[in-house]
Design a protein around this ligand. Structure first.
Ligand code: UTP
Length: 415
C-alpha cells in the first residue's frame, strides 16, 4: 500500500488523523505504518464503533443458572471408559490458548515460560506438555497440541519449545498459530497511535481462536487427522487435567456441542463467569455482569444461586468449532489505559483509562450450542490459576495447591 492508497482508506473510514505525524517519520517508519494500515482488521471496525459508549451495551436480560451435572460411582467409571476409547482411537486433540499479555503477572516473556513447579521449577508449558506426553503414552495414541500465540509472543514461544525439544512431544504434533490483533479506539472513535509511526494493537481475545484456527488451515488439519473432540484450556492453570477421560466421556454421552467444567466459587465475588440459560439458550454471564443482589442471592439451603463458576476448561466437537468459525464471535469492549501519543508525538502511559480495547471470548459460542454439558469438578484437584504476581491466584497460591494435591495423592497411594 502506498501513501495515496493509505490516505484514501483512512479518509473513507474517518481515520485520517493516523497520518498526523507522517512528516516526522523516517522511511522504515513510514513503510511500517503503511503496512499496519493495510493489514488492520478493517472488517471489525464497524462492530467496534457500534460498541462505543454513545451506543451502550445491551443489558444482560433475564437468565437463570444452568443445571450442573455431578458424576460419581459407576457413571464416572463408564464415562472414563468411553473417554479412554475416544483417546485411544486418536479422536481427541488439545488446544492451548497462550496469546494473552499476562499484564497482571508482569512476567517478562510468554506466561507459559514461567517456572512454576515448586519442586522441579518446570515451566507452565513443560507442566502441560508432560501431561500430554503421559496421556499419549498411557492411551497409546497421538494427541495433537494446537498452541495459540499472539504476534507479540509467537517467536519466543516457538523458540522455547524448540530449545526444550518440545518436552518429548513429537514436533509434528505441536502446531503453533498466531491470533489476530485489534486496534484501540478513543471514546470519539479514533484509532490510537502508540507512537508517531505505530498504531496500538492488542490480541483479539481467546475467542480469536476460531478465526485464527480457520485462517491457519488448522480446522482442516484437525479434520485430516480425524479428530472429533477438542479439549480447550488456558496456559495459566497448572492443575488442569488435560483431556481427562471422564470429562471426554461425559461430553460424548451427552452428545454435547460444547462442555464446560465448573467449580464452586470460593466466594460470591470470585471473578468467574457463570453458565446460564437465557431465552431457551445457553450462555455465559461474566462476573462483572452480575448485580450485587445476583452475586449474593441464596437458595433456601443457604447455597449461592450462582454458585458455580467456569474455569475456562472446555470440550468442543470439531463440527461445532467449524460452524462457529463460519458464524464468528461478537466483540466485547473494555475501557483501559492504552499508551498513546501526546500532541507532540511523545508516547505517554495514561494514569486513567483513555481508550477502548476489544476482544472476543470463546464462551460466546454457547448460545449456538444445541446441547451443552456443565460438569462440576473439585477445584482442589484441577484449578489454581496464575493471574497475579502476588496474593490470590498467584504463583504462591498455585504452588501451594499443587503441593497439597501431591501430598493428597501420596497419602492415598500409601493407604
Ligand atoms: P487472561 O484473560 O487471564 O488474560 O487470559 P492474560 O492476557 O493472560 O492476562 P492479563 O489479563 O493481561 O493479566 C486467559 C487465557 O486466555 C489466553 C491467555 O494466554 C490465557 O491462557 N488469551 C487471552 C489468549 O490466548 N489471547 C488473548 O487475546 C487473551
Amino acid at each position: 500500500m502506498n501513501l495515496a492508497q493509505a490516505q484514501a482508506r483512512l479518509a473513507e473510514k474517518g481515520q485520517s488523523a493516523v497520518l498526523r505525524f507522517w512528516d516526522q517519520l523516517d522511511d522504515p517508519q513510514r513503510q511500517a505504518l503503511l503496512a499496519q494500515v493495510e493489514d488492520l482488521d478493517w472488517a471489525s471496525l464497524p462492530e467496534m464503533m457500534s460498541l462505543l459508549p454513545a451506543r451502550a451495551a445491551e443489558p444482560a436480560g433475564a437468565f437463570e443458572p444452568a443445571l450442573v451435572t455431578q458424576v460419581a460411582g459407576s457413571e464416572r467409571l463408564a464415562a472414563g471408559m468411553l473417554g479412554e476409547a475416544a483417546l485411544r482411537a486418536g479422536e481427541v486433540g488439545v488446544i492451548l490458548v497462550a496469546g494473552g499479555q499476562g499484564t497482571r503477572l508482569g512476567f517478562d516473556g510468554p506466561k507459559g515460560t514461567y517456572p512454576l513447579d515448586p519442586v522441579t521449577h518446570a515451566t507452565l508449558f513443560e507442566i502441560h506438555a508432560r501431561k500430554i506426553l503421559l496421556l499419549q503414552r498411557s492411551m497409546g495414541a497421538g494427541i495433537p497440541l494446537y498452541v495459540m500465540t499472539s504476534p507479540e509472543n509467537d517467536a519466543a514461544t516457538r523458540r522455547f519449545f524448540d530449545a526444550q525439544r518440545y518436552f518429548g512431544l513429537d514436533s509434528a504434533d505441536v502446531l503453533f498459530f498466531t491470533q489476530g490483533m485489534l486496534p484501540a479506539l478513543t471514546p470519539e472513535g479514533q484509532l490510537v497511535l502508540e507512537s508517531p509511526g505505530h498504531l496500538f494493537l492488542g490480541p483479539d481475545g481467546h475467542g480469536g481462536l476460531l478465526a485464527a484456527l480457520d485462517r491457519h488451515g488448522l480446522l482442516d488439519d484437525m479434520r485430516r487427522r480425524e479428530l472429533k473432540t477438542l479439549f480447550y484450556f488456558q496456559v495459566d492453570n497448572p492443575m488442569v487435567e488435560i483431556a481427562d477421560p471422564v470429562f471426554v466421556g461425559m461430553h460424548l454421552r451427552n452428545v454435547a456441542d460444547v462442555s464446560v467444567k465448573v467449580c464452586a466459587k470460593r466466594d460470591p465475588d470470585e471473578g468467574l463467569g457463570v453458565v446460564v440459560r437465557r431465552n431457551g439458550r445457553w450462555g455465559m454471564v461474566e462476573y462483572t455482569e452480575l448485580t450485587e443482589a445476583q452475586k449474593n442471592a441464596r437458595r433456601p439451603d443457604g447455597s449461592l444461586v450462582f454458585q458455580y463458576g467456569s474455569v475456562a476448561i472446555h470440550l468442543f466437537t470439531l463440527e461445532f468449532l467449524r460452524q462457529e468459525a463460519r458464524i464468528g464471535l461478537p466483540l466485547h469492549r473494555a475501557y483501559k489505559k492504552v499508551p498513546c501519543c501526546d500532541a507532540r508525538g511523545r508516547t505517554v502511559k495514561p494514569a486513567q483509562p483513555n481508550a477502548y480495547k476489544f476482544e472476543r471470548f470463546i464462551f460466546d459460542v454457547l448460545p449456538d450450542a444445541r446441547e451443552a454439558l456443565v460438569l462440576e469438578f473439585d477445584r482442589a484437584d484441577e484449578f489454581a490459576p496464575v493471574k497475579n504476581a502476588e496474593g490470590q491466584d498467584s504463583p504462591a497460591t498455585a504452588r501451594a495447591a499443587m503441593q497439597a494435591k501431591a501430598e493428597r495423592l501420596k497419602a492415598v497411594s500409601l493407604c
